[in-house]
Design a protein around this ligand. Structure first.
Ligand code: CTP
Length: 413
């Protein structure tokens, strides 16, 4: 089951989903389900070998369309499935791509419909994504690596592989990427590369301020918005570092993650990461205060009914510190702050933007966003206010990245 909700993210997109032979064909079934849920039209094409691993009936049921296997298919009025399919497609993804199939592509062979349509695709318009899957020895073999290199040189987007337990019982590189990761790759290939070459640092989630070895203070931030922004920035071509507070969320593919606990930890990680960054997005819910003293042992009840009295010290304001740094002041680091408010959103947002010294502040109502999958945002900058109406956090994250890219580059994405 996917932990990310892709609903509607590929509405109107036409995807040819190609399967060659491999035990990972079962993952292509899940990918097909996710694609349909995301709103894509999916045409499945299978090789003869793929049909030995999973039946076309399964793929037909999931895609809602008859599966094509042969190039000699008289259901196609002109009997030219390879032309019809590729002229109508927005993208082709071959998953799993076996060692043999990759060798066919490298040689430009067209013996089966799937290889034939890859060769016939209009290269300038229809991206071809290849998700390899094979035993670790086959993966490491120089012939496979040579073929993959050739296929990439010929214009395909060759995706990586996972490392771990394989169907054959061996352990190593060659596992096919997970359906959720493949969805991310497909979405990225439809996303304008508005942040290409930009280094982006994002903080997300709550911090945890320890009271004693087993207790602490934190808040209800889920990290969903910050993680969605990291994912959207990555899809837009940025080089992303995500500094995550205490949340157990999957790291978006392609994102470098640094885990931290307290506000002080987060500050250290941020200061080091922004040294050569172009954009800093502070989405974390940083605790404003921490206990002045950390008890070395667990605080115990003594039976008298007396409660411990905690004193607090203020945490550093990480965002304000970065926004007032020489690089940010010189315009080399574009800083974006968030504001979690419970009332007077507009007035508080304006005041916070001035206080933090950031060019762009993104305001939201804390209780209406913490832990939820959707949100509504108010962007405040020199130009005035822009409302991003309630939508999924993933959709909002994409809109926010477009807004940031426009401000950084001065060009509409
Ligand atoms: N922030 C920060 N360091 C802190 C507190 C907040 O970097 N010690 C950042 C947050 O990541 C966010 C912005 O500052 O981008 C505003 O956070 P918010 O919690 O809304 O505001 P506070 O600065 O804590 O102010 P207040 O509690 O008065 O609303």
């Amino acid at each position: 089951m996917s932990s990310v909700d892709f609903t509607g993210e590929l509405t109107g997109r036409r995807v040819v989903l190609g399967l060659s032979g491999g035990a990972a064909c079962f993952k292509a079934a899940e990918l097909c389900r996710l694609l349909i849920k995301a709103g894509a039209t999916v045409q499945v094409v299978m090789t003869e070998a793929a049909c030995r691993f999973i039946t076309p009936v399964t793929m037909q049921a999931l895609s809602g369309r008859p599966v094509l296997v042969s190039q000699w298919d008289d259901r196609e009025p002109n009997d030219m499935a390879h032309i019809n399919l590729t002229r109508e497609a927005d993208a082709i993804i071959v998953t799993p791509a076996s060692a043999d199939f990759i060798a066919q592509l490298a040689q430009g062979r067209a013996g089966e419909l799937l290889a034939l349509l890859c060769l016939a695709r209009p290269m300038a318009r229809v991206p071809l994504l290849i998700a390899p899957s094979m035993n670790r020895e086959m993966w490491a073999h120089p012939a496979t690596q040579r073929n993959l290199h050739q296929v990439a040189r010929d214009g395909a987007n060759v995706l990586g592989v996972g490392d771990g337990e394989q169907a054959c019982g061996e352990v190593g590189e060659g596992r096919m990427l997970e359906p959720e990761e493949l969805m991310g790759e497909l979405i990225a290939c439809f996303t304008p590369q508005s942040l290409i070459g930009q280094r982006v640092v994002i903080t997300a989630g709550p911090t945890f301020e320890a009271i004693d070895p087993v207790r602490g203070l934190t808040n209800l931030s889920s990290g969903k918005m910050g993680f969605a922004i990291a994912s959207a920035a990555c899809e837009a071509g940025a080089d992303v570092t995500l500094i995550a507070g205490t949340v157990a969320r999957a790291t978006p593919r392609g994102v470098e993650r640094v885990d931290v606990v307290s506000a002080l930890d987060m500050q250290t990680a941020v200061v080091s990461a922004v040294a050569d960054a172009d954009i800093f997005i502070s989405a974390a819910a940083v605790a404003d205060w921490r206990p002045a003293d950390l008890a070395e042992q667990k605080l115990k009840k003594d039976g008298s009914g007396h409660v411990p009295h905690l004193t607090f010290v203020e945490n550093p304001d990480i965002l304000s510190g970065v926004a007032h740094s020489p690089r940010a002041q010189a315009g080399d680091l574009f800083c974006v702050g968030f504001a979690a408010e419970t009332e007077n959103l507009r007035a508080n947002a304006q005041a916070k933007r001035a206080r933090k010294g950031v060019p762009l502040l993104v305001a939201n109502i804390g209780p209406a966003t913490f832990g939820r999958d959707d949100n509504a945002l108010l962007l405040v900058d020199d130009e005035g206010e822009t409302e991003l109406p309630r939508a999924s956090k993933r959709a909002l994250a994409r809109q926010l990245i477009t807004e940031i890219a426009r401000r950084v580059s001065g060009v509409d994405a």
